[in-house]
Write a protein that binds this ligand. Structure first.
Ligand SMILES: Cc1cc2nc3c(=O)[nH]c(=O)nc-3n(C[C@H](O)[C@H](O)[C@H](O)COP(=O)(O)OP(=O)(O)OC[C@H]3O[C@@H](n4cnc5c(N)ncnc54)[C@H](O)[C@@H]3O)c2cc1C
Length: 503
């Protein structure tokens, strides 16, 4: 147990995408004592298990929080994976490295979050990556995170075939989704080098960074709640009752972890807290604006001769539905080999997954109890509006139609999920009974001005009304980007570091 004499200058709770970035950046100043507490294991770089290194192994079950979200009447529980290890979800994710679009970031300003326009953050997106390809206007060559664009030659025949089929259907080919235009189909950029997933535990917490005397990293520490002196944070309390003192606390526990810690500390919706017997310190709308993207799979057997499944990820169609707000790209059809080959009679699979990436429905995250070992109650409210449901049907149908183009169909030996027995007129039943999470939940402690009714933190993550307390992770994103979230979360952590702490 730590004592008051080893108080850190900053304690960071959660060593995931954001927490690892902050630990590395904050400890660059050797006079600042930084303590990083992570609930999962904090493996040394040379001891990271193969399951976390293998970019084709997504949502590793041994390093997952085991959460579920409410689904619907037919499908009550939907798996809500979250990484539990140093690197957090970046240690288990699908490695796709696509940034929020300019149009996504413009929405943040409309919620009162300042300093996050595309023009303001582009240099940070550039500086965080090392990427040998692409236009200098958009890409950095020497940042900590390795990003690699999948070339046409590198894609498997079926991943490439999908892009050709989309082009044959009238879509543009996109050679760089992080460049000027995203509306079309192409290969993914990924944070993978030689098949190894580049989590933030690897990219930011390098052996040199970990050797810094002013940085301490502890794994296996599940933080229960904050130590608060009145309205000021001064440390954290762990689930075994031990405490860690600090001049400042940064919560980087992710979209499900950070709001749970806030609420157990008495910061959240007053009525909910009172009903659990938690003293209310600050009545804030924590957990009231959860956003997540639903995903529906459409699986195919690969034809003999085209059974290649590596790399597993992937190619993408990103476009606007017929109900999109002008300027938005609200649909993605992502194409991977993340479907067990054992499901196919030929021994090879490819799966299209349609997602409504700009859902209008919002959900909630609440505490089930005061016990830090209990999972929170997650209700992602998937397809919670008629427009969300219609757009999902449109996305699923669009992917299925593209799959009928010869460029893709000739590489497959028939649809296996849902299969030919589900005709085009019957897909609604299949879609609503087979929801999955795309894995990009945000906005449970959103940034915004204190006058925005649902905002919890200011434009640099400081919790409204509480001193020495910041949240920096996906939970503070005011509006879910219309794509995957890892690069955007890393950018958020880098920028808050620059805006608040850097000289
Ligand atoms: C299966 C999966 C696939 C995904 N695929 C992609 C993809 O291909 N591309 C992409 O861009 N994004 C992807 N994402 C999403 C992306 O990885 C996340 O948005 C991002 O990692 C979130 O970063 P974060 O810092 O908010 O949280 P996390 O990275 O989840 O970090 C939170 C950390 O806090 C720790 N923690 C939580 N509670 C506590 C506590 N009480 N005490 C101590 N520690 C705690 C957790 O163990 C974790 O390490 C995927 C996510 C998943 C789960």
């Amino acid at each position: 147990m730590a004592s008051e004499t080893d108080a850190a200058d900053v304690v960071i709770v959660g060593g995931g995408s954001a927490g690892a970035v902050l630990a590395a950046r904050l400890s660059e100043d050797e006079s600042r004592k930084v303590l990083l507490l992570e609930a999962g294991p904090a493996y040394a770089v040379d001891a990271i298990p193969a399951g976390l290194l293998d970019a084709s192994n997504v949502a590793d079950a041994e390093h997952d929080w085991g959460y579920t979200s409410r689904g619907n009447d037919h499908q009550p529980d939907v798996a809500a994976p979250r990484g539990k290890a140093l690197g957090g979800s970046s240690s288990v994710n699908a490695t796709v490295a696509i940034r929020a679009r300019a149009n996504d970031l413009a929405k943040w300003a409309s919620h009162g979050a300042e300093g996050w326009s595309y023009e303001e953050v582009l240099s940070t997106f550039r500086d965080l990556e090392n990427n040998p390809s692409g236009d200098d206007r958009y890409h950095g060559r020497s940042g900590p995170l390795s990003v690699r664009q999948r070339s046409d030659e590198e894609l498997t025949p079926s991943l490439r075939g999908f892009v050709e089929a989309a082009v044959a259907s009238g879509f543009k080919q996109i050679y760089d989704f992080n460049g000027a235009d995203q509306n079309g189909a192409g290969g993914y950029p990924v944070d993978v080098v030689d098949g190894v997933r580049q989590s933030t535990a690897i990219a930011y917490l390098t052996p040199d960074v970990r050797r810094r005397p002013n940085l301490t990293i502890r794994g296996g520490i599940n933080v229960d709640r904050l130590v608060l002196d009145g309205m000021k944070a001064s440390g954290v309390i762990v689930d075994d009752g031990s405490t860690y003192a600090a001049d400042e606390v940064v919560l980087s526990g992710g979209t499900y972890g950070s709001p749970a810690i806030l609420m157990r500390s008495g910061i959240g919706p007053a009525a909910d807290l009172a009903s659990l017997g938690i003293d209310v310190i600050a009545n804030l709308p924590v957990g009231r604006r959860l956003q997540d993207q639903a995903l529906i799979p459409n699986g195919f057997a690969l034809a003999p001769g085209y059974l290649e499944m590596t790399p597993a990820v992937g190619s993408l169609l990103w476009t606007a539905s017929s109900e999109a707000v002008p300027g938005d790209l609200d649909l993605q059809v992502t194409v991977t080999h993340l479907l067990p080959a054992s499901l196919s009679p030929t021994g090879g699979t490819v799966v299209l997954a349609a997602a409504v990436v700009q859902p209008e429905a919002t959900g909630t995250l609440k505490l089930a109890s005061r016990n830090p070992k209990d999972a929170p109650l997650i209700d992602s409210n998937y397809l919670g509006t008629g427009r969300d449901a219609r757009r999902m049907l449109e996305g699923f149908t669009l992917g299925r139609e593209i799959a009928r183009q010869p460029a893709f169909a000739q590489l497959t030996a028939g649809e296996i999920i849902p299969g030919d027995s589900v005709g085009d007129d019957d897909v609604a039943g299949y879609v609503f009974n087979n929801l999955a999470a795309y894995g990009h939940p945000t906005s449970t402690a959103p940034m915004g001005s204190p006058y925005v009714p649902w905002s919890v933190v200011d434009s640099v993550g400081a919790v409204h009304g509480i001193e020495r307390l910041r949240v920096v992770d996906a939970s503070i994103i005011p509006e879910v980007p219309s794509t995957v979230t890892n690069l955007t979360v890393i950018m958020v952590a880098e920028r808050i570091y620059q805006r608040v702490y850097a000289d």
